[in-house]
Design a protein around this ligand. Sequence first.
Ligand code: ATP
Length: 498
Amino acid sequence: MNAPDSDFAAARALGSAGRELPWVLVVDDEQRSQEAMRRTLDEEFRVLTAPDAEAARGMLERHAIQVVLCDQRMPGLTGVEFFKQIRETWPDVVRILVSGYTDSHDIIAGVNEAGIFQYVLKPWTPDHLLGTVRSAVEASRLQHGLQRLELDLRAGPRALQQRRDATLREVRRAYDFDRIVRAPGSPLDGVCAMAERVARYDLSALILGESGTGKELLARAIHCASPRMAGPFVVVNCGAVPDTLLETELFGHKRGSFTGAVEDRIGLFQQADGGTIFLDEVGDTSAAFQVKLLRVLQEGEVRPVGSSRTLPVDVRVIAATHRDLEAAVRAGSFREDLYYRIAGVSLEVPPLRERPGDVIAIAEQLLADVSAELGRPASGLDDDCRAVLMGYPWPGNVRELRNELARALALSDELRLPARALSRRLLQGQTGAAASTTAAALPAAGRLQDRLDAVEAMILRETMLRLQWNKTQAAAELGLSRMGLRAKLQRFGLESPP
Ligand SMILES: Nc1ncnc2c1ncn2[C@@H]1O[C@H](COP(=O)(O)OP(=O)(O)OP(=O)(O)O)[C@@H](O)[C@H]1O
Protein backbone atom coordinates (compact mmCIF):
# COMPACT_ATOMS: atom_id res chain seq x y z
CA MET A 1 0.00 0.00 0.00
CA ASN A 2 1.67 3.23 -1.07
CA ALA A 3 0.63 6.52 0.39
CA PRO A 4 1.95 9.75 -1.09
CA ASP A 5 5.16 10.73 0.60
CA SER A 6 6.01 14.37 0.39
CA ASP A 7 4.66 17.76 1.27
CA PHE A 8 4.40 18.67 -2.34
CA ALA A 9 1.51 16.83 -3.93
CA ALA A 10 3.11 16.93 -7.36
CA ALA A 11 6.46 15.79 -6.10
CA ARG A 12 4.65 12.86 -4.55
CA ALA A 13 3.66 11.61 -7.94
CA LEU A 14 7.04 12.42 -9.46
CA GLY A 15 8.81 10.60 -6.69
CA SER A 16 7.19 7.55 -8.09
CA ALA A 17 8.04 8.13 -11.75
CA GLY A 18 8.71 4.47 -12.42
CA ARG A 19 10.40 4.46 -9.02
CA GLU A 20 7.41 4.02 -6.75
CA LEU A 21 9.32 2.29 -4.02
CA PRO A 22 12.14 3.69 -1.89
CA TRP A 23 15.62 2.43 -2.76
CA VAL A 24 17.35 0.26 -0.19
CA LEU A 25 20.87 -1.10 -0.54
CA VAL A 26 21.97 -4.32 1.18
CA VAL A 27 25.74 -4.72 1.55
CA ASP A 28 26.77 -8.23 2.52
CA ASP A 29 29.42 -10.54 1.16
CA GLU A 30 27.40 -13.63 2.07
CA GLN A 31 25.17 -14.49 -0.83
CA ARG A 32 22.61 -16.33 1.32
CA SER A 33 21.98 -13.61 3.84
CA GLN A 34 21.98 -11.02 1.04
CA GLU A 35 19.25 -13.03 -0.69
CA ALA A 36 17.27 -13.52 2.52
CA MET A 37 17.21 -9.76 3.12
CA ARG A 38 16.30 -9.06 -0.47
CA ARG A 39 13.38 -11.47 -0.31
CA THR A 40 12.12 -9.94 2.92
CA LEU A 41 12.30 -6.36 1.68
CA ASP A 42 11.44 -6.86 -1.98
CA GLU A 43 7.69 -6.28 -1.69
CA GLU A 44 7.97 -2.84 -0.15
CA PHE A 45 11.27 -1.49 -1.37
CA ARG A 46 13.48 -1.46 -4.40
CA VAL A 47 16.33 -3.55 -3.16
CA LEU A 48 19.83 -3.36 -4.59
CA THR A 49 22.59 -5.64 -3.34
CA ALA A 50 26.36 -5.28 -3.24
CA PRO A 51 28.92 -7.85 -2.06
CA ASP A 52 31.51 -5.32 -0.90
CA ALA A 53 32.18 -1.66 -0.13
CA GLU A 54 33.42 -0.79 -3.61
CA ALA A 55 30.34 -2.14 -5.37
CA ALA A 56 28.18 -0.41 -2.75
CA ARG A 57 29.80 2.96 -3.45
CA GLY A 58 29.09 2.46 -7.16
CA MET A 59 25.42 1.86 -6.37
CA LEU A 60 25.26 4.94 -4.14
CA GLU A 61 26.68 7.04 -6.97
CA ARG A 62 24.08 5.83 -9.44
CA HIS A 63 20.88 5.65 -7.41
CA ALA A 64 18.95 7.84 -5.01
CA ILE A 65 19.38 5.31 -2.20
CA GLN A 66 17.63 6.22 1.03
CA VAL A 67 18.69 3.40 3.32
CA VAL A 68 21.80 1.21 3.48
CA LEU A 69 21.91 -2.02 5.47
CA CYS A 70 25.46 -3.23 5.93
CA ASP A 71 26.84 -6.33 7.58
CA GLN A 72 29.46 -5.57 10.23
CA ARG A 73 31.73 -8.35 9.02
CA MET A 74 32.98 -7.91 5.51
CA PRO A 75 36.29 -8.66 3.89
CA GLY A 76 38.58 -5.63 3.92
CA LEU A 77 36.69 -3.28 6.23
CA THR A 78 33.94 -3.48 8.84
CA GLY A 79 30.40 -2.17 8.43
CA VAL A 80 31.14 0.63 10.91
CA GLU A 81 34.22 1.69 8.92
CA PHE A 82 32.22 1.61 5.72
CA PHE A 83 29.52 3.81 7.24
CA LYS A 84 32.15 6.28 8.46
CA GLN A 85 33.44 6.56 4.90
CA ILE A 86 30.09 7.03 3.17
CA ARG A 87 28.80 9.43 5.81
CA GLU A 88 30.91 12.22 4.35
CA THR A 89 29.76 11.83 0.76
CA TRP A 90 26.18 10.72 1.41
CA PRO A 91 25.23 12.26 4.76
CA ASP A 92 21.47 11.85 4.13
CA VAL A 93 21.55 8.11 3.62
CA VAL A 94 20.11 6.36 6.67
CA ARG A 95 22.54 3.69 7.92
CA ILE A 96 21.51 0.38 9.52
CA LEU A 97 24.15 -2.00 10.81
CA VAL A 98 23.52 -5.74 10.76
CA SER A 99 25.65 -7.53 13.32
CA GLY A 100 25.99 -10.47 15.69
CA TYR A 101 26.32 -10.20 19.48
CA THR A 102 30.02 -10.94 19.31
CA ASP A 103 30.66 -7.81 17.24
CA SER A 104 29.51 -5.43 19.96
CA HIS A 105 32.96 -4.34 21.07
CA ASP A 106 34.03 -3.11 17.59
CA ILE A 107 30.72 -1.40 17.07
CA ILE A 108 30.68 0.56 20.30
CA ALA A 109 34.16 1.84 19.51
CA GLY A 110 33.10 3.50 16.27
CA VAL A 111 29.42 4.14 16.69
CA ASN A 112 29.25 7.93 16.93
CA GLU A 113 31.44 8.68 13.97
CA ALA A 114 29.51 6.26 11.78
CA GLY A 115 26.13 7.92 12.52
CA ILE A 116 24.26 4.63 12.67
CA PHE A 117 20.46 4.92 12.76
CA GLN A 118 19.75 1.44 14.13
CA TYR A 119 21.15 -2.05 14.55
CA VAL A 120 19.65 -5.29 13.42
CA LEU A 121 20.95 -8.18 15.46
CA LYS A 122 21.46 -11.56 13.89
CA PRO A 123 19.56 -13.80 13.63
CA TRP A 124 16.91 -11.26 12.57
CA THR A 125 13.25 -11.96 11.94
CA PRO A 126 11.51 -10.68 8.78
CA ASP A 127 9.09 -8.58 10.85
CA HIS A 128 11.87 -6.89 12.75
CA LEU A 129 13.94 -6.23 9.63
CA LEU A 130 10.93 -4.81 7.79
CA GLY A 131 9.97 -2.65 10.77
CA THR A 132 13.49 -1.24 11.06
CA VAL A 133 13.75 -0.39 7.37
CA ARG A 134 10.28 1.17 7.38
CA SER A 135 11.29 3.50 10.22
CA ALA A 136 14.54 4.31 8.42
CA VAL A 137 12.63 5.29 5.28
CA GLU A 138 10.29 7.40 7.38
CA ALA A 139 13.30 9.09 9.02
CA SER A 140 14.76 9.79 5.59
CA ARG A 141 11.45 11.23 4.40
CA LEU A 142 11.20 13.57 7.36
CA GLN A 143 14.80 14.64 6.95
CA HIS A 144 14.18 15.51 3.30
CA GLY A 145 10.92 17.24 4.14
CA LEU A 146 12.71 19.48 6.62
CA GLN A 147 15.49 20.30 4.18
CA ARG A 148 12.97 21.15 1.50
CA LEU A 149 11.01 23.32 3.89
CA GLU A 150 14.13 25.26 4.76
CA LEU A 151 14.95 25.76 1.10
CA ASP A 152 11.37 26.85 0.37
CA LEU A 153 11.43 29.37 3.19
CA ARG A 154 14.63 30.84 1.84
CA ALA A 155 13.46 30.86 -1.78
CA GLY A 156 10.22 32.83 -1.26
CA PRO A 157 6.77 32.37 -2.85
CA ARG A 158 7.68 33.20 -6.47
CA ALA A 159 10.53 30.73 -6.65
CA LEU A 160 8.30 28.20 -4.94
CA GLN A 161 5.58 28.64 -7.55
CA GLN A 162 8.13 28.24 -10.35
CA ARG A 163 9.51 25.09 -8.81
CA ARG A 164 5.99 23.73 -8.39
CA ASP A 165 5.15 24.40 -12.05
CA ALA A 166 8.39 22.80 -13.21
CA THR A 167 7.67 19.73 -11.09
CA LEU A 168 4.16 19.46 -12.49
CA ARG A 169 5.50 19.63 -16.04
CA GLU A 170 7.98 16.91 -15.24
CA VAL A 171 5.26 14.71 -13.73
CA ARG A 172 3.08 15.18 -16.78
CA ARG A 173 5.94 14.16 -19.05
CA ALA A 174 6.92 11.18 -16.91
CA TYR A 175 3.42 9.72 -17.06
CA ASP A 176 2.40 10.77 -20.54
CA PHE A 177 0.43 8.12 -22.41
CA ASP A 178 3.36 7.97 -24.86
CA ARG A 179 5.44 6.51 -22.04
CA ILE A 180 3.28 3.40 -22.10
CA VAL A 181 5.50 1.53 -24.51
CA ARG A 182 3.88 -0.27 -27.42
CA ALA A 183 4.54 -1.06 -31.06
CA PRO A 184 2.83 0.93 -33.81
CA GLY A 185 -0.69 -0.41 -34.30
CA SER A 186 -0.73 -2.11 -30.89
CA PRO A 187 -4.12 -2.91 -29.31
CA LEU A 188 -2.93 -0.59 -26.52
CA ASP A 189 -3.31 2.40 -28.87
CA GLY A 190 -7.09 2.18 -28.61
CA VAL A 191 -6.98 1.67 -24.84
CA CYS A 192 -4.68 4.68 -24.36
CA ALA A 193 -6.74 6.88 -26.69
CA MET A 194 -9.88 6.09 -24.73
CA ALA A 195 -8.11 6.56 -21.39
CA GLU A 196 -6.78 9.93 -22.53
CA ARG A 197 -10.29 11.06 -23.44
CA VAL A 198 -11.84 10.03 -20.14
CA ALA A 199 -8.93 11.48 -18.15
CA ARG A 200 -10.35 15.01 -18.54
CA TYR A 201 -13.70 14.15 -17.01
CA ASP A 202 -14.23 13.29 -13.39
CA LEU A 203 -15.58 9.82 -14.16
CA SER A 204 -14.70 6.70 -12.25
CA ALA A 205 -12.78 4.17 -14.32
CA LEU A 206 -12.40 0.42 -14.05
CA ILE A 207 -9.26 -1.10 -15.56
CA LEU A 208 -9.44 -4.80 -16.33
CA GLY A 209 -6.50 -7.00 -17.12
CA GLU A 210 -4.26 -9.76 -15.89
CA SER A 211 -1.64 -9.11 -13.28
CA GLY A 212 1.43 -7.25 -14.56
CA THR A 213 -0.18 -5.94 -17.77
CA GLY A 214 0.29 -2.27 -16.83
CA LYS A 215 -3.01 -1.35 -15.15
CA GLU A 216 -1.36 0.85 -12.55
CA LEU A 217 0.74 2.54 -15.22
CA LEU A 218 -2.44 3.36 -17.13
CA ALA A 219 -4.15 4.63 -13.97
CA ARG A 220 -1.21 6.97 -13.27
CA ALA A 221 -1.31 8.24 -16.85
CA ILE A 222 -5.03 9.01 -16.45
CA HIS A 223 -4.38 10.84 -13.19
CA CYS A 224 -1.54 12.86 -14.70
CA ALA A 225 -3.63 13.85 -17.73
CA SER A 226 -6.56 14.90 -15.52
CA PRO A 227 -7.33 18.24 -13.89
CA ARG A 228 -6.44 16.54 -10.59
CA MET A 229 -2.85 15.93 -11.60
CA ALA A 230 -1.44 18.36 -9.03
CA GLY A 231 -3.20 16.37 -6.31
CA PRO A 232 -2.01 13.09 -4.83
CA PHE A 233 -2.20 9.68 -6.50
CA VAL A 234 -2.68 7.06 -3.82
CA VAL A 235 -2.38 3.35 -4.50
CA VAL A 236 -4.19 0.76 -2.42
CA ASN A 237 -3.79 -2.94 -3.07
CA CYS A 238 -7.14 -4.15 -1.74
CA GLY A 239 -6.27 -7.79 -2.37
CA ALA A 240 -3.20 -7.80 -0.14
CA VAL A 241 -4.82 -6.44 3.01
CA PRO A 242 -7.20 -8.21 5.43
CA ASP A 243 -10.68 -6.70 5.72
CA THR A 244 -10.39 -4.98 9.09
CA LEU A 245 -7.02 -3.48 8.25
CA LEU A 246 -8.30 -2.32 4.87
CA GLU A 247 -11.05 -0.38 6.58
CA THR A 248 -8.70 1.51 8.90
CA GLU A 249 -6.17 2.04 6.12
CA LEU A 250 -8.75 3.52 3.77
CA PHE A 251 -11.00 5.40 6.16
CA GLY A 252 -8.67 6.02 9.11
CA HIS A 253 -9.41 5.42 12.78
CA LYS A 254 -9.85 7.19 16.10
CA ARG A 255 -7.43 6.67 18.91
CA GLY A 256 -8.61 3.87 21.21
CA SER A 257 -11.09 2.45 18.69
CA PHE A 258 -9.36 -0.94 18.92
CA THR A 259 -6.38 -2.47 20.66
CA GLY A 260 -3.28 -0.97 19.14
CA ALA A 261 -4.97 2.23 17.92
CA VAL A 262 -2.72 4.45 20.03
CA GLU A 263 -3.36 7.58 18.03
CA ASP A 264 -5.79 9.02 15.45
CA ARG A 265 -4.97 7.94 11.95
CA ILE A 266 -5.87 9.64 8.69
CA GLY A 267 -7.15 7.20 6.08
CA LEU A 268 -5.91 6.94 2.51
CA PHE A 269 -9.16 8.39 1.14
CA GLN A 270 -8.43 11.58 3.05
CA GLN A 271 -4.81 11.52 1.95
CA ALA A 272 -6.03 11.31 -1.64
CA ASP A 273 -8.29 14.36 -1.18
CA GLY A 274 -8.15 16.52 -4.30
CA GLY A 275 -6.49 13.70 -6.25
CA THR A 276 -7.06 10.12 -7.32
CA ILE A 277 -7.24 6.87 -5.39
CA PHE A 278 -6.27 3.71 -7.26
CA LEU A 279 -8.06 0.69 -5.79
CA ASP A 280 -6.11 -2.24 -7.15
CA GLU A 281 -7.64 -5.73 -7.00
CA VAL A 282 -11.03 -4.34 -6.01
CA GLY A 283 -12.57 -7.64 -7.10
CA ASP A 284 -10.90 -9.36 -4.15
CA THR A 285 -12.75 -7.39 -1.47
CA SER A 286 -15.32 -8.97 0.85
CA ALA A 287 -19.06 -8.33 0.70
CA ALA A 288 -18.92 -6.44 4.02
CA PHE A 289 -16.18 -4.15 2.79
CA GLN A 290 -17.98 -3.53 -0.51
CA VAL A 291 -20.94 -2.10 1.42
CA LYS A 292 -18.66 0.37 3.22
CA LEU A 293 -16.86 1.36 0.04
CA LEU A 294 -20.14 1.94 -1.75
CA ARG A 295 -21.31 4.25 1.01
CA VAL A 296 -18.15 6.35 0.76
CA LEU A 297 -18.48 6.64 -3.02
CA GLN A 298 -22.17 7.51 -2.87
CA GLU A 299 -21.90 10.05 -0.12
CA GLY A 300 -18.45 11.49 -0.79
CA GLU A 301 -17.51 11.23 2.88
CA VAL A 302 -15.66 8.83 5.11
CA ARG A 303 -16.26 7.86 8.72
CA PRO A 304 -13.03 6.83 10.44
CA VAL A 305 -13.32 3.60 12.44
CA GLY A 306 -14.49 4.44 15.98
CA SER A 307 -15.60 7.96 15.07
CA SER A 308 -19.11 9.39 15.10
CA ARG A 309 -18.20 12.15 12.64
CA THR A 310 -18.00 11.88 8.87
CA LEU A 311 -15.44 13.82 6.84
CA PRO A 312 -16.01 15.00 3.26
CA VAL A 313 -13.55 13.76 0.62
CA ASP A 314 -13.11 14.83 -2.97
CA VAL A 315 -11.49 11.86 -4.68
CA ARG A 316 -11.62 10.34 -8.14
CA VAL A 317 -11.68 6.56 -8.03
CA ILE A 318 -9.85 4.37 -10.51
CA ALA A 319 -10.27 0.70 -9.71
CA ALA A 320 -8.59 -2.33 -11.24
CA THR A 321 -8.99 -6.06 -11.12
CA HIS A 322 -7.71 -9.18 -12.81
CA ARG A 323 -11.11 -10.81 -12.26
CA ASP A 324 -14.08 -10.91 -14.59
CA LEU A 325 -16.14 -8.49 -12.50
CA GLU A 326 -19.29 -8.79 -14.58
CA ALA A 327 -19.25 -12.54 -14.00
CA ALA A 328 -18.64 -11.89 -10.29
CA VAL A 329 -21.72 -9.63 -10.28
CA ARG A 330 -23.75 -12.35 -11.98
CA ALA A 331 -22.47 -14.91 -9.48
CA GLY A 332 -23.40 -12.59 -6.61
CA SER A 333 -19.87 -12.23 -5.21
CA PHE A 334 -19.53 -8.56 -6.23
CA ARG A 335 -22.23 -5.98 -5.57
CA GLU A 336 -23.94 -4.77 -8.70
CA ASP A 337 -24.50 -1.23 -7.35
CA LEU A 338 -20.79 -0.92 -6.49
CA TYR A 339 -19.87 -2.23 -9.91
CA TYR A 340 -21.84 0.53 -11.62
CA ARG A 341 -20.32 3.12 -9.27
CA ILE A 342 -16.74 2.20 -10.10
CA ALA A 343 -17.18 1.23 -13.73
CA GLY A 344 -18.04 4.68 -15.11
CA VAL A 345 -15.76 3.71 -17.96
CA SER A 346 -14.21 0.27 -18.46
CA LEU A 347 -10.80 -0.11 -20.01
CA GLU A 348 -9.26 -3.46 -20.79
CA VAL A 349 -5.51 -3.97 -20.98
CA PRO A 350 -4.88 -7.12 -23.04
CA PRO A 351 -2.34 -9.67 -21.81
CA LEU A 352 1.08 -9.54 -23.45
CA ARG A 353 0.52 -12.83 -25.29
CA GLU A 354 -2.33 -11.18 -27.19
CA ARG A 355 -0.08 -8.37 -28.37
CA PRO A 356 3.10 -10.17 -29.40
CA GLY A 357 4.07 -7.15 -31.50
CA ASP A 358 4.65 -5.17 -28.27
CA VAL A 359 7.07 -7.62 -26.68
CA ILE A 360 10.27 -6.40 -28.31
CA ALA A 361 9.40 -2.70 -28.06
CA ILE A 362 8.70 -3.06 -24.34
CA ALA A 363 11.70 -5.35 -23.79
CA GLU A 364 14.05 -2.79 -25.33
CA GLN A 365 12.73 -0.01 -23.13
CA LEU A 366 12.84 -2.18 -20.01
CA LEU A 367 16.37 -3.31 -20.87
CA ALA A 368 17.49 0.32 -21.00
CA ASP A 369 15.71 1.05 -17.67
CA VAL A 370 17.10 -1.99 -15.90
CA SER A 371 20.56 -1.39 -17.30
CA ALA A 372 20.52 2.14 -15.85
CA GLU A 373 19.22 0.84 -12.51
CA LEU A 374 21.83 -1.87 -12.19
CA GLY A 375 24.62 0.29 -13.59
CA ARG A 376 25.34 -2.54 -16.01
CA PRO A 377 25.69 -1.34 -19.60
CA ALA A 378 23.69 -3.10 -22.32
CA SER A 379 23.36 -2.25 -25.97
CA GLY A 380 20.29 -4.32 -26.87
CA LEU A 381 18.93 -7.79 -27.49
CA ASP A 382 20.53 -10.15 -29.96
CA ASP A 383 18.39 -11.87 -32.60
CA ASP A 384 18.17 -15.22 -30.79
CA CYS A 385 17.15 -13.49 -27.63
CA ARG A 386 14.38 -11.61 -29.45
CA ALA A 387 13.10 -14.85 -30.94
CA VAL A 388 12.88 -16.49 -27.51
CA LEU A 389 11.17 -13.46 -25.98
CA MET A 390 8.69 -13.46 -28.86
CA GLY A 391 7.96 -17.16 -28.54
CA TYR A 392 7.20 -17.16 -24.82
CA PRO A 393 3.59 -16.67 -23.63
CA TRP A 394 4.45 -14.36 -20.64
CA PRO A 395 1.88 -15.53 -18.08
CA GLY A 396 3.20 -12.84 -15.69
CA ASN A 397 3.00 -10.21 -18.46
CA VAL A 398 5.22 -7.12 -18.47
CA ARG A 399 6.25 -7.57 -14.84
CA GLU A 400 7.62 -11.02 -15.67
CA LEU A 401 9.40 -9.60 -18.71
CA ARG A 402 11.04 -6.93 -16.57
CA ASN A 403 12.17 -9.44 -13.94
CA GLU A 404 13.50 -11.74 -16.61
CA LEU A 405 15.57 -9.00 -18.22
CA ALA A 406 16.93 -7.86 -14.85
CA ARG A 407 17.97 -11.41 -14.01
CA ALA A 408 19.54 -12.02 -17.42
CA LEU A 409 21.44 -8.73 -17.32
CA ALA A 410 22.79 -9.44 -13.86
CA LEU A 411 23.98 -12.90 -14.85
CA SER A 412 25.56 -12.21 -18.23
CA ASP A 413 28.53 -10.12 -19.33
CA GLU A 414 27.58 -9.57 -22.97
CA LEU A 415 26.64 -6.11 -24.15
CA ARG A 416 23.98 -7.47 -26.50
CA LEU A 417 21.87 -9.80 -24.41
CA PRO A 418 22.06 -13.34 -25.85
CA ALA A 419 19.31 -15.98 -25.65
CA ARG A 420 21.45 -18.20 -23.43
CA ALA A 421 21.28 -15.56 -20.66
CA LEU A 422 17.53 -16.14 -20.37
CA SER A 423 16.00 -18.58 -17.87
CA ARG A 424 15.64 -22.21 -18.76
CA ARG A 425 11.89 -21.76 -18.38
CA LEU A 426 11.88 -19.41 -21.35
CA LEU A 427 14.24 -21.47 -23.46
CA GLN A 428 12.21 -24.61 -22.78
CA GLY A 429 9.00 -22.71 -23.38
CA GLN A 430 10.42 -21.71 -26.72
CA THR A 431 11.50 -25.17 -27.80
CA GLY A 432 8.35 -26.64 -26.26
CA ALA A 433 6.09 -24.19 -28.06
CA ALA A 434 7.95 -24.54 -31.34
CA ALA A 435 7.99 -28.31 -31.06
CA SER A 436 4.33 -28.57 -30.20
CA THR A 437 3.30 -26.20 -32.97
CA THR A 438 5.40 -28.19 -35.34
CA ALA A 439 4.09 -31.49 -34.08
CA ALA A 440 0.50 -30.32 -34.17
CA ALA A 441 0.77 -28.64 -37.53
CA LEU A 442 2.86 -31.14 -39.37
CA PRO A 443 1.47 -34.46 -40.48
CA ALA A 444 3.70 -37.29 -39.25
CA ALA A 445 3.50 -39.01 -42.62
CA GLY A 446 1.98 -38.44 -46.04
CA ARG A 447 2.59 -36.81 -49.38
CA LEU A 448 5.50 -34.39 -49.58
CA GLN A 449 3.24 -31.59 -50.88
CA ASP A 450 0.84 -31.92 -47.93
CA ARG A 451 3.70 -31.78 -45.49
CA LEU A 452 5.24 -28.75 -47.22
CA ASP A 453 1.84 -27.02 -47.10
CA ALA A 454 1.69 -27.62 -43.37
CA VAL A 455 5.10 -26.00 -42.93
CA GLU A 456 4.04 -23.04 -45.08
CA ALA A 457 0.86 -22.55 -43.05
CA MET A 458 2.82 -22.64 -39.84
CA ILE A 459 5.28 -19.98 -41.06
CA LEU A 460 2.41 -17.78 -42.23
CA ARG A 461 0.60 -18.09 -38.92
CA GLU A 462 3.73 -17.24 -36.91
CA THR A 463 4.55 -14.24 -39.11
CA MET A 464 1.03 -12.81 -39.04
CA LEU A 465 0.80 -13.21 -35.28
CA ARG A 466 4.18 -11.57 -34.71
CA LEU A 467 3.38 -8.65 -37.01
CA GLN A 468 -0.12 -8.30 -35.59
CA TRP A 469 -1.74 -9.04 -38.93
CA ASN A 470 -0.02 -6.19 -40.70
CA LYS A 471 -0.25 -7.58 -44.23
CA THR A 472 2.03 -4.98 -45.85
CA GLN A 473 4.86 -5.78 -43.45
CA ALA A 474 4.27 -9.51 -43.65
CA ALA A 475 4.23 -9.49 -47.46
CA ALA A 476 7.50 -7.50 -47.51
CA GLU A 477 9.15 -9.84 -45.02
CA LEU A 478 8.04 -12.99 -46.82
CA GLY A 479 8.91 -11.61 -50.27
CA LEU A 480 5.30 -11.78 -51.50
CA SER A 481 2.95 -9.23 -53.02
CA ARG A 482 -0.01 -8.24 -50.84
CA MET A 483 -2.33 -10.07 -53.24
CA GLY A 484 -0.11 -13.14 -53.12
CA LEU A 485 -0.11 -13.08 -49.33
CA ARG A 486 -3.89 -12.67 -49.19
CA ALA A 487 -4.34 -15.65 -51.51
CA LYS A 488 -2.12 -17.81 -49.35
CA LEU A 489 -3.91 -16.78 -46.15
CA GLN A 490 -7.21 -17.66 -47.80
CA ARG A 491 -5.89 -20.96 -49.02
CA PHE A 492 -4.85 -22.02 -45.55
CA GLY A 493 -7.94 -20.57 -43.90
CA LEU A 494 -5.94 -18.09 -41.83
CA GLU A 495 -7.87 -15.07 -40.62
CA SER A 496 -7.04 -12.26 -38.25
CA PRO A 497 -8.84 -12.45 -34.91
CA PRO A 498 -11.95 -10.21 -34.74
N1 ATP B 1 3.49 -0.85 -21.84
C1 ATP B 1 4.40 -0.75 -20.86
N2 ATP B 1 5.51 -0.02 -21.07
C2 ATP B 1 6.46 0.08 -20.13
N3 ATP B 1 6.39 -0.52 -18.91
C3 ATP B 1 5.31 -1.24 -18.65
C4 ATP B 1 4.24 -1.38 -19.60
N4 ATP B 1 3.28 -2.14 -19.05
C5 ATP B 1 3.70 -2.46 -17.81
N5 ATP B 1 4.91 -1.92 -17.57
C6 ATP B 1 5.71 -2.10 -16.33
O1 ATP B 1 5.43 -3.41 -15.85
C7 ATP B 1 5.33 -3.43 -14.45
C8 ATP B 1 3.96 -3.93 -14.03
O2 ATP B 1 2.98 -2.95 -14.42
P1 ATP B 1 1.78 -2.52 -13.45
O3 ATP B 1 2.19 -2.56 -12.02
O4 ATP B 1 1.20 -1.26 -13.97
O5 ATP B 1 0.82 -3.77 -13.74
P2 ATP B 1 -0.58 -4.12 -13.06
O6 ATP B 1 -1.45 -4.63 -14.15
O7 ATP B 1 -1.09 -2.96 -12.26
O8 ATP B 1 -0.18 -5.33 -12.11
P3 ATP B 1 -0.96 -5.87 -10.81
O9 ATP B 1 -2.36 -6.16 -11.24
O10 ATP B 1 -0.22 -7.12 -10.46
O11 ATP B 1 -0.86 -4.80 -9.78
C9 ATP B 1 5.63 -2.02 -13.98
O12 ATP B 1 7.02 -1.94 -13.71
C10 ATP B 1 5.28 -1.17 -15.19
O13 ATP B 1 5.97 0.05 -15.20
